[in-house]
Design a protein around this ligand. Structure first.
Ligand code: GTP
Ligand code: ZN
Length: 318
């Protein structure tokens, strides 16, 4: 039998039609290096065929061996969604085919409602189910944190609450049934307890990261990269950790679409604004501003809406 990368096998594989190439899952990317997991669970270092490397973690790709121990990605399967991250300058895709999003916040450090809203808007636009996890409920600021989350609870975003340091088992008991069988992206600002949570769910997480960094030769810069973990050996539930996460990129959302992605705004808009293209900024007969005046839309939410609307209305900086 020939080895996977032998000339004979390479030739026969290159003649195979695209549908017969192996299907793999991108579990980590680093520049033009990708770690692709085969259907049998083996992980192979792959490179994209062309100059462009568009694959991201979560992508299903068609690939074949192209050497004794490396592979080449021939194409990316159609995605159910694609998520972007954003720094000061640009938006860049970083994960695909995510089923659900866990936004982890904590009593301390005090979380940014603006970042929370951006995450929820992104999820709504991508058709991803989102939940909030409030950690560190053992700390005295918990009442204030709950108050800040109240508008989100009212608009139907489910909120988990736990203390990972005081009772990690209670946290896992809440979380595990929701994670079962899905791919979940966890997002949280630094210091909220994301590493603590990943380590509670996956006691060997650090070892997995180390192994993968060696395979990709990605050195110590591992913390800025999205990583796919399986929560169980049977590989049913995916856990996508994206450390060093600043903020979601929302530039692909049209300004006119924004309000409909905010559940409290969408509910208010049912009453009907006088103008069909109402921006909910200053127009008369605006049902959103009526809901704001009546306290059905929180002032913080309206302020964030205006900020995001301004951002989406500005031409992008290149
Ligand atoms: N009081 C309290 N502290 C916690 C809890 N969970 C985690 N911490 C502490 O919060 C700090 C931050 O936790 P990490 O898990 O490192 O947070 P992170 O979100 O991964 O932060 P980065 O590594 O900076 O991205 C650590 O000192 C934890 O011990 C909790 O439930 N209650
Ligand atoms: Zn309006």
């Amino acid at each position: 039998m020939s080895r996977p990368g032998s000339r004979a096998q390479r030739q026969s594989q290159s003649q195979r039609p695209r549908d017969h190439l192996d299907l793999g899952l991108v579990v980590r990317g680093h520049g033009r290096h990708y770690l692709v997991e085969t259907e049998e669970g083996q992980r192979i270092l792959c490179h994209p065929r062309g100059k462009k490397s568009d694959a991201v973690v979560g992508d299903r790709v068609r690939w074949q061996m192209a050497g004794s121990d490396e592979g080449v990605i021939e194409s990316i399967e159609p995605r159910s969604n694609l998520l972007y991250r954003q720094d000061e300058w640009r938006s860049k895709s970083f994960a695909a085919n995510v089923d659900q999003l866990l936004v982890l916040v904590a009593v301390e450090p005090v979380f940014s409602e603006s970042l929370l809203t951006r995450a929820l808007v992104t999820a709504a636009e991508a058709g991803i189910h989102a939940r909030i996890g409030l950690n560190k409920i053992d700390l005295p600021g918990v009442a204030l944190a709950r108050e800040r989350l109240a508008p989100y609870v009212r608009m139907g975003v489910p909120v988990f609450e736990w203390s990972l340091s005081a009772d990690p088992e209670a946290a896992l008991a809440q979380l595990r049934p929701w994670l079962e069988g899905h791919s979940t992206l966890v997002l949280g600002p630094s210091g909220t307890g994301k590493s603590t949570l990943t380590n509670a769910l996956l006691p060997d997480a650090q070892a997995q990261v180390g192994e993968i960094s060696v395979a990709l030769n990605s050195g110590r810069h591992t913390t800025t990269h999205t990583q796919w973990y399986w929560l169980e050996p049977e590989r049913r539930s995916g856990w996508l950790d994206s450390p060093g996460f600043q903020t979601f990129g929302i530039q692909h959302i049209a300004p006119a679409q924004l309000a409909s992605l905010l559940p409290d705004f969408a509910a208010a808009m049912q009453a009907g604004c006088r103008f069909a293209n109402c921006s909910h900024r200053h127009e008369p007969g605006c049902s959103v501003r009526a809901a704001l005046a009546e306290g059905q839309i929180a002032e913080s939410r309206y302020r964030i809406y205006l900020e995001l609307l301004d951002e989406l209305s500005r031409p992008p900086i290149y």
